[in-house]
Each structure stands twice: as C-alpha cells, then as structure tokens.
Design a protein around this ligand. Structure first.
Ligand code: SF4
Ligand code: SF4
Length: 288
C-alpha cells in the first residue's frame, strides 16, 4: 500500500480538483481529506457519512466558583489573557490554550483542565471508495493533530481492506498541518502554477519535503497561462531532483466539472486537461 499526499504552497492552485481526478482513476483506494481547516474535497466526492466521531482537541481550563477565593493568581499568570474577572473569575474558552499554568498557580485547587470537543471526523462512502474527512469547530486550532488522526484512520482502513493507495488531499501552506500531511508518506505531489508566487511557494515546499526526505513530484497546473515561467520552474525543480510529471492546461472544463460535482476526468475524459491528468497519474504510480 502506498500513501500519496497532494499538496500546494497555497490554496487555489487546483490541488483538490487534481486529487478528485486521482480518486476517479485510482482503484481499490482510500481517500483522506487532510485540508481540515477548509475541506472541499467533499464537494466533488459527495460522501455519504457512515460513522461520525468527536475530535477532542486541547483541554480547556475551568474554574470551580465554589472553591475560588478570587486571589487573582490565574489571571496574573495566564499568558493568553484567557482568565477574565467580572463579579467572579472565569475562563474564556476560545482564548484558553490548555497550558495548565492557572491550575499550577491556584492555591485553592479550583482549576480543572477538561477535554473539549473541537471538531468531528467521519468515515464515509463515495462513488470511488471510502473517504476519511473531518471538520474543525469554529475558532478551533490544533489542525495538525486532527490531520494525524485522519491519516491514522485512513491507514487502519486501508490495511483492513488491503488497499493499493491512500490518496491524501493535503493542507495548503507550510505550517504544522502540512508537515502532518506529508511525514512518512511514500510520495508527495506538489501542485503549483506558473506565477511568481507559485515559484516562490514551490521552492519553499520542496525545501520542506527535502528536509523530510520524501520523494517529490511536481504538477504545473495552468501551464499555458505563462509557459516561460512554467519552463523556468520546471528546470529549477529538475535541477534539485524533483521531476515535473504533470503539465495541466487551463480549461473551463474544471469549472464545468466542479459545478456538476464531478472530477474533470469523470466529467469529460477526452478533454485535454483530463488526458494530462490521466498521464500524470500513470507517471506517478509508475515512479513510486
Ligand atoms: S490553561 Fe493556560 S491558557 Fe488556559 S486559562 Fe489556564 S493559564 Fe490560561
Ligand atoms: S488562582 Fe484559583 S483561587 Fe485564585 S482566582 Fe484563580 S481560580 Fe480563583
């Protein structure tokens, strides 16, 4: 079983459209939507939720008003300004980071850390195979931990079903959720576009995958909007050993497919971008 993460330096590069097309092409596979802060793979895969589970994120502090003597120690020591005082001391749950300092400095043992539900994760069926996905609650953080949980569940299911691939729709950017998406995968496909910011993001993301020693392949989406820049990016990527295996042209078929809740390959597999994605999938699976 091989685990492939599709990532991008930023949102809006077409990463999810390409992942959805891979889902159409991959047989006997599990899909994991690890873009938990802004999940949108479900718009195309249209999952039917089979199992819904709570996600316990960081614990939150809680003050027992019966025990609190209003000494103010917790308010003084909380670096996150999460302790408030009106007529009594209480915790602002949104600001609380669960560090536990207030509990340590409380002379009355009035503070308890309680686990809190910060999101949900799901096991679903789609027309292409099972999807593990998640939703983080409003203003909740800790998406790296939720990504790790989604990946672990996808892996358990894949082992159980003897699947050939786990295809991960990764988080955009460079932060903790991306690291959580790529560590330990068999290959990373970076979807980028031929723009100055695309080039900059590609360089940074390739540094990251090199650091973790993960085989990295590149897809230049919307290749034809700036072929000169695309060729420059291709040469630089190949110089550092990251081959460009996908050249996908810009086409209105992406929007047409999306409007109908379909992947490009599913919507019209004769369209040029669909054929380019099919070639890229063959190329990717041949090389991992
Ligand atoms: S757990 Fe940490 S962040 Fe939360 S209220 Fe206590 S000191 Fe502040
Ligand atoms: S440190 Fe404990 S006793 Fe003092 S105000 Fe905070 S909760 Fe109340």
């Amino acid at each position: 079983m091989k685990e492939i993460a599709v990532i991008s330096g930023k949102g809006g590069t077409g990463k999810t459209s390409i992942t959805a097309s891979f889902a159409t092409l991959a047989k006997n596979s599990i899909f994991a939507d690890c873009d938990v802060d802004a999940a949108d793979l479900f718009l195309i895969l249209q999952p039917e939720i089979k199992k819904r589970n709570d996600f316990n994120g960081r614990p939150k502090a809680e003050i027992d008003p019966e025990k609190c003597s209003s000494c103010g120690n917790c308010l003084e020591h909380c670096r996150f300004e999460a302790v408030k005082s009106t007529s009594a001391f209480f915790i602002d749950k949104i600001s609380c980071e669960g560090c536990g300092v207030c509990q340590l400095v409380c002379p009355e043992d009035a503070v308890k850390l309680k686990s809190s539900i910060s999101g949900e994760w799901y096991i679903s069926d789609t027309r292409f195979g099972p999807l593990i996905h998640a939703k983080l609650g409003t203003a909740e953080e800790n998406s790296g931990k939720l990504v790790a949980l989604v990946r672990m569940q996808a892996k358990l299911l894949a082992e159980n079903r003897n699947s050939d691939f786990i295809i991960i729709d990764g988080a955009p950017g460079m932060g903790c959720p991306v690291i959580s998406c790529i560590t330990g995968t068999d290959a990373v496909l970076v979807v980028t576009e031929p723009t100055v910011s695309g080039e900059h993001d590609l360089n940074r993301i390739c540094q990251l995958t090199r650091h973790f020693n993960i085989p990295t392949f590149i897809c230049i989406n919307k290749y034809d909007i700036n072929p000169q820049m695309a060729q420059k990016m291709e040469s630089s990527a190949e110089l550092i050993g990251n081959p460009v295996i996908g050249h996908v042209y810009y086409d209105s078929v992406f929007n047409d497919a999306q409007r109908r809740g379909m992947s490009v390959v599913e919507y019209d597999n004769t369209a040029l971008p669909a054929r380019q994605i099919i070639d890229m999938w063959k190329n990717l699976t041949k090389n991992i």
